[in-house]
Design a protein around this ligand. Structure first.
Ligand code: HEM
Length: 396
Protein backbone atom coordinates (compact mmCIF):
# COMPACT_ATOMS: atom_id res chain seq x y z
CA UNK A 1 0.00 0.00 0.00
CA UNK A 2 1.22 3.53 -0.61
CA UNK A 3 2.07 5.99 2.17
CA UNK A 4 -1.13 8.00 1.91
CA UNK A 5 -3.39 5.11 2.83
CA UNK A 6 -5.25 5.32 6.12
CA UNK A 7 -4.79 2.14 8.11
CA UNK A 8 -5.61 0.60 11.46
CA UNK A 9 -2.74 0.59 13.96
CA UNK A 10 -2.14 -2.95 12.71
CA UNK A 11 -1.61 -1.77 9.14
CA UNK A 12 -4.87 -3.06 7.66
CA UNK A 13 -6.69 -0.55 5.43
CA UNK A 14 -9.52 1.51 6.94
CA UNK A 15 -12.63 1.08 4.82
CA UNK A 16 -14.69 4.13 5.85
CA UNK A 17 -13.48 6.90 8.13
CA UNK A 18 -16.60 9.06 7.85
CA UNK A 19 -19.59 6.73 8.33
CA UNK A 20 -19.88 4.31 11.23
CA UNK A 21 -21.67 1.00 10.85
CA UNK A 22 -25.31 1.14 11.95
CA UNK A 23 -28.30 -1.15 11.73
CA UNK A 24 -30.03 0.66 8.93
CA UNK A 25 -29.51 4.33 8.07
CA UNK A 26 -31.24 5.54 11.26
CA UNK A 27 -30.41 2.61 13.54
CA UNK A 28 -27.96 2.18 16.47
CA UNK A 29 -24.22 1.53 16.08
CA UNK A 30 -22.84 -1.96 15.70
CA UNK A 31 -20.23 -3.28 18.10
CA UNK A 32 -18.40 -4.90 15.20
CA UNK A 33 -17.35 -1.48 13.88
CA UNK A 34 -13.87 -2.09 15.18
CA UNK A 35 -12.41 1.06 13.58
CA UNK A 36 -14.82 3.14 15.67
CA UNK A 37 -13.80 1.17 18.79
CA UNK A 38 -10.10 1.52 18.01
CA UNK A 39 -10.39 5.29 17.51
CA UNK A 40 -12.37 5.79 20.72
CA UNK A 41 -10.09 3.55 22.76
CA UNK A 42 -6.99 5.41 21.60
CA UNK A 43 -8.59 8.79 22.15
CA UNK A 44 -9.56 7.76 25.70
CA UNK A 45 -5.93 7.14 26.56
CA UNK A 46 -4.26 10.10 24.91
CA UNK A 47 -3.72 12.18 28.00
CA UNK A 48 -0.77 11.25 30.16
CA UNK A 49 -0.12 12.78 33.58
CA UNK A 50 1.48 16.16 33.28
CA UNK A 51 4.70 16.96 35.13
CA UNK A 52 3.80 17.67 38.75
CA UNK A 53 5.63 21.01 38.48
CA UNK A 54 7.00 22.66 35.33
CA UNK A 55 4.04 21.27 33.35
CA UNK A 56 4.08 24.01 30.72
CA UNK A 57 7.13 24.08 28.51
CA UNK A 58 8.74 24.49 25.12
CA UNK A 59 11.78 22.65 23.78
CA UNK A 60 14.39 22.69 21.03
CA UNK A 61 17.56 20.93 19.95
CA UNK A 62 21.00 22.46 19.68
CA UNK A 63 24.71 22.13 20.19
CA UNK A 64 27.07 22.78 23.08
CA UNK A 65 30.55 23.90 22.04
CA UNK A 66 33.53 24.07 24.39
CA UNK A 67 35.27 27.49 24.32
CA UNK A 68 37.74 27.13 27.21
CA UNK A 69 39.71 24.23 28.60
CA UNK A 70 38.50 22.99 32.01
CA UNK A 71 39.82 19.47 31.66
CA UNK A 72 41.88 20.10 34.84
CA UNK A 73 38.58 20.44 36.77
CA UNK A 74 36.58 17.68 35.14
CA UNK A 75 37.40 14.63 33.06
CA UNK A 76 33.89 14.71 31.54
CA UNK A 77 34.38 13.74 27.90
CA UNK A 78 32.33 16.65 26.57
CA UNK A 79 34.98 19.06 27.96
CA UNK A 80 37.87 17.08 26.44
CA UNK A 81 39.01 19.82 24.05
CA UNK A 82 38.22 23.34 22.97
CA UNK A 83 35.90 23.25 19.97
CA UNK A 84 34.34 19.87 20.88
CA UNK A 85 30.60 19.81 20.15
CA UNK A 86 27.90 17.84 21.93
CA UNK A 87 24.27 17.62 20.80
CA UNK A 88 21.69 18.95 23.25
CA UNK A 89 17.96 19.18 23.89
CA UNK A 90 16.61 21.99 26.06
CA UNK A 91 13.21 22.54 27.65
CA UNK A 92 12.09 25.85 29.11
CA UNK A 93 9.22 25.85 31.55
CA UNK A 94 7.20 27.77 34.05
CA UNK A 95 6.81 26.10 37.43
CA UNK A 96 3.45 26.55 39.07
CA UNK A 97 1.11 26.61 36.09
CA UNK A 98 -0.58 23.57 34.63
CA UNK A 99 -0.06 22.39 31.02
CA UNK A 100 -2.46 25.06 29.72
CA UNK A 101 -1.04 27.99 31.67
CA UNK A 102 0.07 31.19 29.93
CA UNK A 103 3.82 31.60 29.41
CA UNK A 104 3.98 35.20 30.57
CA UNK A 105 2.58 34.64 34.05
CA UNK A 106 4.67 35.75 37.02
CA UNK A 107 6.58 32.61 37.98
CA UNK A 108 9.96 31.01 38.39
CA UNK A 109 11.41 29.71 35.08
CA UNK A 110 12.86 26.25 34.53
CA UNK A 111 15.77 25.59 32.18
CA UNK A 112 16.51 21.90 31.63
CA UNK A 113 19.37 20.82 29.36
CA UNK A 114 20.09 17.31 28.14
CA UNK A 115 23.60 16.88 26.77
CA UNK A 116 23.94 13.70 24.69
CA UNK A 117 27.64 13.18 25.49
CA UNK A 118 29.69 10.28 24.17
CA UNK A 119 29.77 8.87 27.71
CA UNK A 120 26.04 9.07 28.35
CA UNK A 121 23.45 11.75 28.95
CA UNK A 122 24.18 14.59 31.34
CA UNK A 123 21.16 16.64 32.39
CA UNK A 124 21.43 20.08 33.94
CA UNK A 125 18.06 20.81 35.54
CA UNK A 126 18.07 24.38 36.75
CA UNK A 127 15.76 27.20 37.71
CA UNK A 128 15.96 30.89 37.23
CA UNK A 129 14.22 32.98 39.85
CA UNK A 130 13.90 36.24 37.98
CA UNK A 131 13.08 39.39 39.90
CA UNK A 132 10.01 40.83 38.20
CA UNK A 133 10.01 44.58 38.23
CA UNK A 134 6.69 44.86 36.46
CA UNK A 135 3.12 44.04 37.25
CA UNK A 136 1.77 40.84 35.74
CA UNK A 137 2.20 41.08 31.97
CA UNK A 138 -1.59 40.89 31.89
CA UNK A 139 -2.02 42.04 28.34
CA UNK A 140 0.48 39.41 27.07
CA UNK A 141 -1.24 36.67 29.06
CA UNK A 142 -4.57 37.77 27.62
CA UNK A 143 -3.56 38.06 24.01
CA UNK A 144 -1.04 35.22 23.62
CA UNK A 145 -0.83 32.32 26.06
CA UNK A 146 2.10 30.81 24.15
CA UNK A 147 4.21 33.98 23.94
CA UNK A 148 7.53 32.41 24.98
CA UNK A 149 7.00 29.17 23.10
CA UNK A 150 6.21 31.16 19.94
CA UNK A 151 9.24 33.39 20.43
CA UNK A 152 11.58 30.40 20.73
CA UNK A 153 10.00 28.63 17.76
CA UNK A 154 10.04 31.67 15.48
CA UNK A 155 13.61 32.67 16.34
CA UNK A 156 14.84 29.21 15.41
CA UNK A 157 12.74 28.99 12.23
CA UNK A 158 14.10 32.36 11.08
CA UNK A 159 17.70 31.31 11.70
CA UNK A 160 18.18 33.66 14.68
CA UNK A 161 19.55 30.91 16.87
CA UNK A 162 19.44 31.72 20.60
CA UNK A 163 22.79 31.28 22.36
CA UNK A 164 23.91 31.15 25.99
CA UNK A 165 27.33 31.10 27.60
CA UNK A 166 27.98 28.34 30.12
CA UNK A 167 30.09 29.55 33.05
CA UNK A 168 31.31 27.76 36.12
CA UNK A 169 32.36 28.85 39.60
CA UNK A 170 34.93 26.85 41.50
CA UNK A 171 35.59 26.42 45.22
CA UNK A 172 38.20 24.19 46.82
CA UNK A 173 37.07 21.54 49.30
CA UNK A 174 38.86 23.48 52.02
CA UNK A 175 37.00 26.70 51.13
CA UNK A 176 33.74 24.76 51.12
CA UNK A 177 34.43 23.34 54.59
CA UNK A 178 35.24 26.69 56.12
CA UNK A 179 32.97 29.13 54.27
CA UNK A 180 30.71 31.13 56.59
CA UNK A 181 27.70 30.01 54.57
CA UNK A 182 26.96 26.43 53.69
CA UNK A 183 27.92 26.49 50.00
CA UNK A 184 25.58 23.55 49.41
CA UNK A 185 22.51 25.41 50.63
CA UNK A 186 20.71 26.14 47.37
CA UNK A 187 19.06 29.24 48.79
CA UNK A 188 22.52 30.86 48.85
CA UNK A 189 24.56 32.27 45.99
CA UNK A 190 28.33 31.96 45.64
CA UNK A 191 29.12 35.69 45.38
CA UNK A 192 30.77 36.47 42.04
CA UNK A 193 33.27 38.74 43.83
CA UNK A 194 34.63 35.80 45.81
CA UNK A 195 34.09 33.09 43.19
CA UNK A 196 34.31 34.63 39.71
CA UNK A 197 32.46 33.22 36.72
CA UNK A 198 34.66 31.37 34.25
CA UNK A 199 33.36 30.81 30.74
CA UNK A 200 33.41 27.22 29.56
CA UNK A 201 31.31 26.98 26.44
CA UNK A 202 28.38 28.12 24.35
CA UNK A 203 25.00 26.49 23.92
CA UNK A 204 23.14 27.24 20.72
CA UNK A 205 19.59 26.13 19.90
CA UNK A 206 19.14 25.58 16.18
CA UNK A 207 16.39 23.03 15.53
CA UNK A 208 12.78 23.00 16.64
CA UNK A 209 11.11 19.86 17.86
CA UNK A 210 8.83 18.41 15.20
CA UNK A 211 6.25 16.90 17.48
CA UNK A 212 5.47 18.49 20.82
CA UNK A 213 4.17 15.36 22.54
CA UNK A 214 6.89 13.01 21.32
CA UNK A 215 9.82 15.28 22.04
CA UNK A 216 8.85 17.96 24.56
CA UNK A 217 6.12 16.31 26.62
CA UNK A 218 7.93 12.98 26.77
CA UNK A 219 11.35 14.51 27.53
CA UNK A 220 12.59 13.31 30.90
CA UNK A 221 15.31 15.36 32.60
CA UNK A 222 16.85 14.42 35.93
CA UNK A 223 19.69 15.81 38.04
CA UNK A 224 20.57 12.14 38.64
CA UNK A 225 21.69 11.84 35.00
CA UNK A 226 25.41 12.53 35.22
CA UNK A 227 28.49 11.29 33.37
CA UNK A 228 32.01 10.42 34.55
CA UNK A 229 33.64 13.65 35.69
CA UNK A 230 30.43 15.18 37.05
CA UNK A 231 29.19 14.37 40.51
CA UNK A 232 26.65 15.23 43.19
CA UNK A 233 27.05 17.90 45.83
CA UNK A 234 25.66 17.38 49.34
CA UNK A 235 22.93 19.97 48.65
CA UNK A 236 19.99 18.46 50.55
CA UNK A 237 17.48 19.43 47.92
CA UNK A 238 19.58 17.93 45.16
CA UNK A 239 19.83 14.72 47.17
CA UNK A 240 16.02 14.46 47.35
CA UNK A 241 15.73 15.31 43.66
CA UNK A 242 18.08 12.47 42.72
CA UNK A 243 15.21 10.11 43.49
CA UNK A 244 12.19 12.22 42.64
CA UNK A 245 12.63 12.87 38.90
CA UNK A 246 13.17 9.29 37.76
CA UNK A 247 10.36 8.18 40.05
CA UNK A 248 8.01 10.77 38.51
CA UNK A 249 9.07 9.69 35.02
CA UNK A 250 8.51 5.99 35.68
CA UNK A 251 4.98 6.96 36.71
CA UNK A 252 4.40 9.60 34.02
CA UNK A 253 5.98 7.81 31.04
CA UNK A 254 6.55 4.22 32.14
CA UNK A 255 9.56 2.21 33.22
CA UNK A 256 11.16 2.23 29.77
CA UNK A 257 11.06 6.03 29.41
CA UNK A 258 14.79 6.11 28.64
CA UNK A 259 14.12 4.41 25.30
CA UNK A 260 11.90 7.23 24.03
CA UNK A 261 14.08 8.77 21.30
CA UNK A 262 14.41 12.21 22.92
CA UNK A 263 15.66 10.55 26.12
CA UNK A 264 17.79 7.78 24.64
CA UNK A 265 21.58 8.15 24.81
CA UNK A 266 23.35 8.73 21.50
CA UNK A 267 26.26 6.53 22.62
CA UNK A 268 26.02 2.73 22.87
CA UNK A 269 24.24 1.64 26.06
CA UNK A 270 23.57 -1.62 27.82
CA UNK A 271 22.13 -1.77 31.31
CA UNK A 272 20.84 -5.37 31.82
CA UNK A 273 17.40 -3.78 32.45
CA UNK A 274 14.94 -5.93 30.55
CA UNK A 275 11.19 -6.27 30.03
CA UNK A 276 8.63 -3.87 31.48
CA UNK A 277 5.71 -2.12 29.84
CA UNK A 278 6.15 -0.71 26.34
CA UNK A 279 9.50 -2.32 25.61
CA UNK A 280 9.91 -1.62 21.90
CA UNK A 281 13.64 -1.78 21.22
CA UNK A 282 14.19 -5.53 20.95
CA UNK A 283 14.72 -5.95 24.69
CA UNK A 284 18.49 -6.51 24.33
CA UNK A 285 17.80 -9.46 22.03
CA UNK A 286 19.60 -12.63 23.04
CA UNK A 287 22.49 -10.92 24.84
CA UNK A 288 23.46 -12.24 28.26
CA UNK A 289 21.14 -11.33 31.08
CA UNK A 290 23.28 -12.20 34.10
CA UNK A 291 26.28 -10.70 35.78
CA UNK A 292 29.02 -11.57 36.49
CA UNK A 293 29.42 -13.94 33.57
CA UNK A 294 32.30 -15.89 32.08
CA UNK A 295 32.09 -14.26 28.65
CA UNK A 296 33.42 -10.82 29.41
CA UNK A 297 30.14 -9.18 28.45
CA UNK A 298 28.87 -5.82 29.69
CA UNK A 299 31.57 -4.97 32.16
CA UNK A 300 31.37 -2.26 34.79
CA UNK A 301 34.07 0.41 34.96
CA UNK A 302 35.88 0.26 38.31
CA UNK A 303 38.49 2.73 37.07
CA UNK A 304 35.77 5.39 37.14
CA UNK A 305 35.31 5.32 40.93
CA UNK A 306 35.29 8.88 42.21
CA UNK A 307 37.91 9.93 44.74
CA UNK A 308 36.55 9.02 48.16
CA UNK A 309 34.65 11.81 49.89
CA UNK A 310 35.28 12.09 53.62
CA UNK A 311 32.07 12.42 55.64
CA UNK A 312 31.46 12.74 59.33
CA UNK A 313 28.79 14.01 61.69
CA UNK A 314 26.00 12.62 63.81
CA UNK A 315 22.91 11.32 62.05
CA UNK A 316 20.05 13.59 63.10
CA UNK A 317 17.33 15.84 61.76
CA UNK A 318 19.54 18.94 61.76
CA UNK A 319 17.43 22.09 61.79
CA UNK A 320 18.80 24.40 59.10
CA UNK A 321 16.65 27.31 60.22
CA UNK A 322 18.75 27.69 63.35
CA UNK A 323 22.25 26.98 62.08
CA UNK A 324 22.19 29.09 58.91
CA UNK A 325 22.09 32.82 58.28
CA UNK A 326 19.18 33.40 55.91
CA UNK A 327 19.17 37.19 55.87
CA UNK A 328 22.56 38.51 54.78
CA UNK A 329 22.26 37.65 51.09
CA UNK A 330 18.63 38.83 50.61
CA UNK A 331 19.69 42.06 52.37
CA UNK A 332 22.63 42.45 49.96
CA UNK A 333 20.33 41.94 46.99
CA UNK A 334 17.87 44.49 48.37
CA UNK A 335 20.65 47.04 48.85
CA UNK A 336 21.75 46.52 45.22
CA UNK A 337 18.34 47.63 43.93
CA UNK A 338 17.57 51.19 42.86
CA UNK A 339 14.92 53.05 44.94
CA UNK A 340 12.44 52.49 42.11
CA UNK A 341 13.14 48.77 42.04
CA UNK A 342 12.75 48.62 45.82
CA UNK A 343 9.40 50.38 45.52
CA UNK A 344 8.19 47.88 42.93
CA UNK A 345 9.37 45.03 45.14
CA UNK A 346 7.26 46.38 48.04
CA UNK A 347 4.20 46.70 45.82
CA UNK A 348 4.64 43.31 44.17
CA UNK A 349 5.08 41.68 47.57
CA UNK A 350 1.97 43.38 48.93
CA UNK A 351 -0.05 42.27 45.91
CA UNK A 352 1.25 38.72 46.05
CA UNK A 353 0.41 38.42 49.78
CA UNK A 354 -3.15 39.35 48.82
CA UNK A 355 -5.53 38.11 51.46
CA UNK A 356 -3.06 36.13 53.58
CA UNK A 357 -3.93 36.35 57.31
CA UNK A 358 -2.53 39.46 59.04
CA UNK A 359 -0.41 37.27 61.32
CA UNK A 360 1.39 35.88 58.26
CA UNK A 361 1.88 39.35 56.77
CA UNK A 362 3.45 40.38 60.08
CA UNK A 363 5.77 37.40 60.01
CA UNK A 364 6.85 38.28 56.48
CA UNK A 365 7.52 41.90 57.44
CA UNK A 366 9.71 40.65 60.28
CA UNK A 367 11.67 38.47 57.87
CA UNK A 368 12.15 41.38 55.47
CA UNK A 369 13.26 43.62 58.37
CA UNK A 370 15.92 41.11 59.32
CA UNK A 371 17.31 41.33 55.78
CA UNK A 372 17.19 45.15 55.92
CA UNK A 373 15.03 47.39 58.14
CA UNK A 374 14.13 49.53 55.11
CA UNK A 375 12.88 46.40 53.33
CA UNK A 376 10.57 45.57 56.27
CA UNK A 377 9.31 49.16 56.51
CA UNK A 378 8.60 49.33 52.77
CA UNK A 379 6.64 46.09 52.70
CA UNK A 380 4.73 47.08 55.88
CA UNK A 381 3.75 50.37 54.29
CA UNK A 382 2.68 48.75 51.04
CA UNK A 383 0.55 46.30 53.05
CA UNK A 384 -0.91 49.18 55.06
CA UNK A 385 0.42 47.68 58.30
CA UNK A 386 2.78 49.01 60.89
CA UNK A 387 4.65 46.96 63.43
CA UNK A 388 5.66 48.31 66.79
CA UNK A 389 9.08 47.33 68.06
CA UNK A 390 7.58 44.98 70.69
CA UNK A 391 5.70 43.02 68.03
CA UNK A 392 8.87 42.70 65.99
CA UNK A 393 10.63 41.41 69.08
CA UNK A 394 7.87 38.86 69.83
CA UNK A 395 7.78 37.57 66.31
CA UNK A 396 11.49 36.72 66.29
C1 HEM B 1 13.16 18.71 46.67
C2 HEM B 1 12.83 19.61 45.75
C3 HEM B 1 12.37 19.24 44.36
C4 HEM B 1 11.68 18.15 43.96
C5 HEM B 1 11.18 16.99 44.80
C6 HEM B 1 11.50 18.28 42.53
C7 HEM B 1 10.84 17.35 41.74
C8 HEM B 1 10.53 17.53 40.42
C9 HEM B 1 9.73 16.66 39.64
C10 HEM B 1 9.07 15.37 40.15
C11 HEM B 1 9.64 17.16 38.39
C12 HEM B 1 8.89 16.56 37.20
C13 HEM B 1 9.77 15.55 36.53
C14 HEM B 1 9.07 14.89 35.38
O1 HEM B 1 7.91 14.47 35.53
O2 HEM B 1 9.70 14.76 34.29
C15 HEM B 1 10.43 18.37 38.37
C16 HEM B 1 10.65 19.16 37.26
C17 HEM B 1 11.60 20.16 37.23
N1 HEM B 1 12.34 20.64 38.28
FE1 HEM B 1 12.23 20.04 40.15
N2 HEM B 1 12.09 19.42 42.09
C18 HEM B 1 12.63 20.05 43.18
C19 HEM B 1 13.35 21.23 43.17
C20 HEM B 1 13.84 21.81 42.04
C21 HEM B 1 14.89 22.80 42.01
C22 HEM B 1 15.60 23.36 43.24
C23 HEM B 1 15.11 23.09 40.71
C24 HEM B 1 16.11 24.03 40.12
C25 HEM B 1 17.37 24.14 40.59
C26 HEM B 1 14.19 22.32 39.92
C27 HEM B 1 14.08 22.36 38.55
C28 HEM B 1 13.17 21.63 37.82
C29 HEM B 1 12.96 21.80 36.40
C30 HEM B 1 13.67 22.80 35.47
C31 HEM B 1 11.97 20.88 36.03
C32 HEM B 1 11.37 20.70 34.64
C33 HEM B 1 12.19 19.73 33.83
C34 HEM B 1 11.60 19.60 32.45
O3 HEM B 1 11.65 20.59 31.68
O4 HEM B 1 11.09 18.52 32.11
N3 HEM B 1 13.45 21.53 40.75
N4 HEM B 1 10.96 18.58 39.61
Amino acid sequence: MNDKNLTHATGAPVVDNLNIQTAGPRGPALLQDIWLLEKLAHFDREVIPERRMHAKGAGAYGTFTVTADISHFSKASLFAEVGKQTPAFVRFSTVAGERGAADAERDIRGFAVKLYTDEGNWDIVGNNTPVFFFREAAEVVGSDRESHLRDLYECIESGEFPRWKLCIQTMTEEQARTHRHNPFDLTKVWPHGEFPLEEVGVLELNRNAENHFAEVEQAAFSPANVVPGVSFSPDKMLQARLFSYGDAQRYRLGVNFNHIPVNAPRCPFHSYHRDGAMRTDGNLGSTLSYFPNSFGEWQDHRQLHEPALALDGDAAHWDQSVVEDHYEQPGNLFRLMTPLQQQLLFQNTARAMGDAPVMIKHRHIVNCSKADPAYGDGVAQALGLSLVAQELENAK
